[in-house]
Design a protein. Structure first.
Length: 150
């Protein structure tokens, strides 16, 4: 198994973001540590990064792990203002050394605001999860709609 030691977000933006800004570059630096069996077997992982604009308390994530298709469902803790999901990326990595640092560039639309909410600041946080090649996998079916007769 791997261990995520740290996740750091580097903003390459000015102090003020205009609401028309649809090209905000960020870099996420993730430091991972691998166990010896991972390194010997050169175990493959997918590192998933999910970027959120967090409002007050963090909405805890439920991870649906399915190798390169993993995604997160937030459990909303704030009824009036849930966290805003801003973007995701998945990176294939292979355990080849005890510690690895991965720099991941991303482009977000930070000027894009949701609904009629009042936005004064963005409180960005990144949730990182590493899904090993050998693990549980999950997937939802496509919805099937049927009519109920009364």
């Amino acid at each position: 198994m791997a261990k995520i030691i740290s996740v750091d977000l580097l903003l390459n933006t000015p102090d003020v973001i205009d609401i028309t800004d649809n090209q905000t570059d960020i870099t996420v630096t993730t430091k991972l540590q691998f166990h010896e069996p991972d390194i010997k077997g050169k175990l493959d992982y997918y590192l998933h990064l999910f970027v959120y604009d967090v409002h007050s308390n963090v909405d805890p994530p439920v991870i649906i792990a399915n190798w390169d298709e993993s995604y997160v469902i937030p459990v909303e803790t704030s009824l009036d203002h849930p966290d805003d999901f801003l973007g995701t990326i998945a990176i294939h990595i292979q355990a080849t050394e005890k510690e690895m640092t991965i720099e991941t560039p991303m482009t977000l639309k930070l000027g894009n605001i949701r609904g009629s909410g009042a936005y004064y600041v963005r409180n960005l946080e990144v949730f990182a999860t590493a899904v090993p090649m050998v693990s549980r996998v999950s997937k939802w079916s496509k919805p099937s709609v049927t009519t109920i007769l009364r």
